[in-house]
Write a protein that binds this ligand. Sequence first.
Ligand code: FA5
Length: 328
Amino acid sequence: MLEEALTRIAAAQDHRALQDVRVAYLGKKGHLTERLKALGALTPDERREAGRALNELKRALEGAFDERVRALDEAVVRAQLEGERVDVTLPGVRTSAGAHHLLTQVTHKLLDVFRSLGYEVVVGPELEDDHHNFTALNFPPEHPARDTQDTFWTTDGRLLRTHTSPVQVRYMREHRPPFRVVVPGKVFRNEAVDATHEAQFHQLEALVVGERVTMADLRGAITAMATALLGSGTRTRLQPTFFPFVEPGAEFAVWWTHPKTGREEWLELGGCGMVHPNVFRAVGYEGVTGFAFGFGIERLAMVTYGVADIRDLYRGDVRVLEQFRGMA
Ligand code: FA5
């Protein structure tokens, strides 16, 4: 009986099958139980002998059942582990990671350069008033200089700032010199859009005020910036020009090779000059000098990364933008 029972126990593939075998041998009407019951019919001597043998058999069977239960449990766990195993050698599913827009990268790089030169970064509002955008910057009412910056007016008589220079006024009213600040920000002009003009673009403004700030400091700051951004040997040029809020005033340009035409030419980046006494007067400063410059971040990005058309920066075409991933 033992042989046969052990074979059946070993053959049971799950707990249910094993339980059936258990009932068949150890249940109320099981083979072994029947035999134990039959002991009563034997003589005392025979009973002792047979009883011992049957008890041994019972222990052996119970041991075999316990072992089979353990083996089945183990098999269940193993099957589960097998099923849940991760094949780390399978190729993964690549999710496409975003990246900073070229203009954001260039702005971050610019701010890093200026921070390393000791400038503080400040910002101001995009919705401005005539006073900060023009009047306090020495644009007299009706002065033709206002026409150089075609303005988006709001119905309540305010305007979208046409440059970052109004932040000069706001900052000086709140702080005392000496200081060095840069102002990155979005500006707006009501103009015909073409390859080098957008109606919305970005500028970076710098303002340095102290007791003996000179035009040489201005030149030095522009050269330091151009060198940090475009490499040593980058050619820059200052040409006299007029802005109401500086005197003398100049525009500065870099020498570049147009990526499409291959022509080498000067690309005007921005304006600069010594802060006009009327501006200092408007903010209540006396006995100080200062310089300011401001330029288009798009123009700089175009020069640095060979973007021929400013509109490419705003189309949102990822095939274009992806080319500038991690560039600046
Ligand atoms: C100004 O906006 C002055 N606030 C700059 C300044 C600051 C002068 C401090 C002196 C002292 P302007 O209008 O030239 O100047 O514009 C400056 C630069 O912004 C331009 O040289 C150009 O790089 C950029 N820019 C102007 N218009 C556009 C446009 N429509 N699209 C893209 N960039 C533009």
